[in-house]
Design a protein around this ligand. Structure first.
Ligand SMILES: Nc1ncnc2c1ncn2[C@@H]1O[C@H](COP(=O)(O)OP(=O)(O)OP(=O)(O)O)[C@@H](O)[C@H]1O
Length: 269
């Protein structure tokens, strides 16, 4: 590996410092003080129980903090630039551009009256300024890269006409079409059959190599299958964070141990 490669491999993509989230109404602290970094080429898994704050963290990074919650402190930087104070107009260029998002259920996130192709084409035109023909060619190429069987036909299909696995491949394609720096994936495989889950995790692993990814999951085994590092959340705080093998096989925190034991991971490979 050359020095230039090493520099690229260590480039910081996401840098969250002292993030604090509170409810607006009664200033109840939901996330007291969260630090997390992700470098180019890394997939970091944020795991924990329901209600531990994984989704809120992901939403804060994507500028989608729900009404009723506010960022009360800290900083979030994407490729060195602060993003926690962007206007909604600025967010519209970042989301879908430098940040690609994958959610649990593409059926509810895709617009049902638009074809899969038109959704991808619209995104490529908006963020890259491509004409219609070039954007369509890029959409087909992207769907093929997602190993979507029948990519050429799927482009003219409506979301409900695809299988769950096909839809999730299309959504990952949408997240990646503009070559984002960061992929945010919130429970990307929870709604899928076990065999399809593995395929989608492998796809994310392959595609995240040119970017950085934050994967939210309650499933520590899924995180173990794809992530370079795992951060474990409990009641709004990261209680343990480290290389995947260390977190899975030498957990320090009792909560991590309980997650690991419940997942029946077996022996260290
Ligand atoms: N809009 C909101 N207003 C007030 N509190 C909220 C809001 N959204 C989430 N919370 C609270 O913030 C905490 C963290 O929620 P969050 O959805 O991030 O958890 P999670 O770990 O992603 O859980 P799940 O896996 O169920 O999505 C919870 O206590 C939740 O009740």
């Amino acid at each position: 590996m050359s020095v230039a490669d090493l520099n690229t491999a260590h480039e910081m993509v996401l840098d969250i410092r002292k993030l604090r989230l509170e409810t607006v109404a009664d200033r109840r602290v939901l996330i007291p003080n969260l630090d997390l970094t992700i470098r180019r080429g890394e997939i970091v898994g944020l795991v924990g129980q329901s209600g531990s704050g994984k989704t809120l963290t992901c939403f804060a990074v994507g500028g989608l903090v729900p009404p009723g919650v506010r960022v009360a402190g800290g900083e979030i930087r994407l490729e060195g630039r602060r993003i926690d104070n962007l206007t909604e107009a600025e967010w519209r260029t970042v989301r879908g551009g430098r940040i690609g998002m994958v959610f649990q259920d593409p059926l509810s996130s895709f617009n049902p009256v638009k074809t899969v192709g038109s959704i991808l084409i619209e995104s490529a035109r908006r963020h890259r300024g491509l004409d219609k023909a070039a954007a369509r060619a890029l959409a087909v190429e992207t769907l093929r890269a997602m190993r979507l069987p029948g990519a050429d036909a799927c482009i003219d299909a409506f979301p409900h006409q695809l299988s769950g696995g096909q839809r999730q491949r299309a959504m990952i394609g949408l997240a990646l079409i503009n070559q984002p720096a960061l992929i945010l994936a919130d429970e990307p495989t929870t709604a899928l059959d076990p065999t399809v889950q593995l395929q989608i995790l492998a796809l994310l692993r392959r595609q995240a190599q040119q970017a950085a990814a934050l994967m939210i999951t309650h499933d520590i085994a899924a995180a173990g299958a794809v992530c370079d590092r795992i951060a474990v959340m409990l009641e709004g705080e990261i209680v343990e964070e480290g290389r995947t093998a260390q977190v899975l096989y030498e957990p320090r925190h009792p909560f991590t141990r309980s997650l690991r034991d419940a997942a029946h991971l077996g022996r260290r490979p």
